[in-house]
Design a protein around this ligand. Structure first.
Ligand code: C2O
Ligand code: CU
Length: 489
């Protein structure tokens, strides 16, 4: 079951390994909601009455060789791994001990609207001192995550993995590792809100734009890039045995950074994106945008291998070590990983399983959606609208909505739709089912959304700066609600 993400060297029995192991046992014996990532988890939040408690609060965390102040769930960053099986009900009580309102969004889950954690859409944000009980069914297996959906909060430590097991898991593997990628500034160079102000008031950082052929993946050069909360200097170590078949579940929880991921010395067989299975495809590397997830299988060789996630278009990397031998020398964080420059996964390599394909079964309505940057400032628009008077897409239940996404900017935009998954059209094929799709600079891409989950839903860029600087739209059902964003109560 749960991957053993061990911090520190292989030789000493680290405290993290011990606590993780202990808590996994507790969780396994409990309700199926489990956890295990960081020491604080075991102390603060075991499953209670069939659920979890997420305490959002200011805390200090260790980052490499320094300690920083941030906001996190239960003093752990990432927050605990929540585990459930498809079809089960997840109960999570948010306890807000922050000096600000907050919510929890369950990214990628086809959830009932009232539980979506979208402030102003599906709930009022929970005030300081308040609690909110999230109770929802997880209909689909796969790799998901949860995060605060208020302002820049998820750029702090307010995020964690949500893993939904398949009761009829078709893949066979011996072990799994959850790999959460992040870009980190909080407590190092101001906080996330200060970074937003800088992006909003200063022109582009030329060093980030000039040398990238594929346009610009982000705005900010972060001081750290993290795997499971650990810096490249003090990396997370995943321990396995040679010959083991391992499932990696990679989640990009970063605000502003796409990553190029490879495992030194191995090819990877990609099996899922955004929770949904696809025809397995073997590649050397893949790009993962903010909010996207990829699962891949690898048969581990003997040694110690770099798991590298280059911050695409930036200088910097998230780095972890996969170790199957005690004696192997730990690779340094700047080790060359030739796989990063070999065969890269493309969306057209990915094809949804037949059972998951949307073959345009219903009336199809087509809308165009253009992304633009307002001249002179840092405002980002959807069909020339900003979030205060947002773009509104209306559908009727049962329709298929084809959205033609047209990126008329030099930046990447990983677009995320709440409450639904869509099918990405790739050249001449039914592509993957996803909930977050990266639209590259000056490119067009079609997605088909089956409107089967009534509500008022956010549809936005998962670059947190773009989300905050305008790229937030609404997908709604039927006639527009009378006012506001459709909060009926
Ligand atoms: Cu991962 Cu609207 O969010
Ligand atoms: Cu964007």
């Amino acid at each position: 079951m749960g991957g053993s993400a061990v911090n520190g060297s292989y030789g000493g029995v680290s405290r993290r390994l011990f606590v993780t192991g202990m808590f996994s046992t507790l969780a396994g014996a409990g309700t199926g909601l489990g956890a295990g990532a960081a020491p604080a988890v075991a102390a603060a939040g075991r499953p209670e009455r069939g659920g979890v408690v997420l305490r959002a609060r200011p805390t200090t965390i260790r980052l490499g060789h320094r300690t920083v102040t941030t906001w996190a769930y239960d003093d752990a960053m990432p927050g605990r791994t929540i585990r459930a099986t498809a079809g089960e009900v997840v109960r999570a009580r948010l306890v807000n001990e922050l000096p600000a309102t907050t919510t929890v969004h369950w990214h990628g889950i086809r959830i009932a609207a009232a539980m979506d954690g979208a402030p102003g859409f599906s709930q009022r944000a929970t005030p300081p001192g308040g609690t909110f009980d999230y109770v929802f069914t997880v209909p689909d297996p796969g790799t998901y995550f949860y995060h605060s959906h208020v302002g820049m909060q998820s750029d702090r430590g307010l995020y964690g993995p949500l893993i939904v097991a398949d009761p009829h898991e078709p893949l066979s593997y011996d072990q799994e590792y959850t790999v959460v990628l992040d870009d980190w500034v909080d407590g190092v160079n101001g906080d996330a809100d200060a970074a937003l102000k800088r992006v909003n008031t200063t022109p582009h950082d030329e060093s980030l734009t000039s040398h990238v052929l594929g346009g610009t993946s982000g705005h900010v050069r972060y001081p750290y890039y993290l795997v499971n909360g650990n810096t490249a200097d003090d990396p997370t170590t995943f321990v396995g045995r040679p010959g083991a078949r391992v499932r990696f579940r990679v989640i990009n929880a970063a605000a502003d950074t796409a990553f190029r991921v490879a495992l030194g010395g191995h090819r990877m067989t990609v099996t899922h994106t955004d929770g949904f299975p696809c025809r397995p495809v073997t590649v050397d590397t893949f790009l993962i945008g903010m909010g996207e997830r990829y699962d891949f299988l690898v048969t581990l060789d003997s040694g110690a291998f770099p798991l590298m996630a280059l911050a695409e278009g930036k200088r910097g990397r998230a780095f972890a070590v996969v170790r199957t031998s005690r004696r192997a020398v730990t690779p340094p964080p700047d080790v060359k990983v030739p796989e990063l420059h070999r065969r890269m996964l493309r969306y057209q390599d990915l094809q949804a399983r037949r059972a998951d394909r949307l073959d345009a079964p219903s009336r199809t309505v087509t809308v165009k959606l253009g992304f633009r940057e307002r001249p002179g400032g840092n405002q980002w628009t959807l069909n020339d609208r900003l979030a205060d008077d947002p773009l509104r897409l209306r559908v009727d239940r049962g329709e298929t909505l084809r959205i033609v996404l047209h990126n008329d900017t030099h930046m990447w935009h990983p677009m995320h739709l709440h409450g639904h998954t869509f099918q990405v059209e790739t050249t001449g094929r039914k592509g993957p089912r996803k909930d977050t799709v990266n639209v590259m600079p000056y490119k067009k891409l079609n997605i088909d959304v089956l409107a089967d989950n009534p509500g008022e839903w956010m549809f936005h860029c998962h670059n947190l700066y773009h989300q905050e600087l305008g790229m937030m739209g609404v997908l709604g059902y039927g006639k527009p609600p009378r006012r506001g964003h459709g909060m009926g109560h």
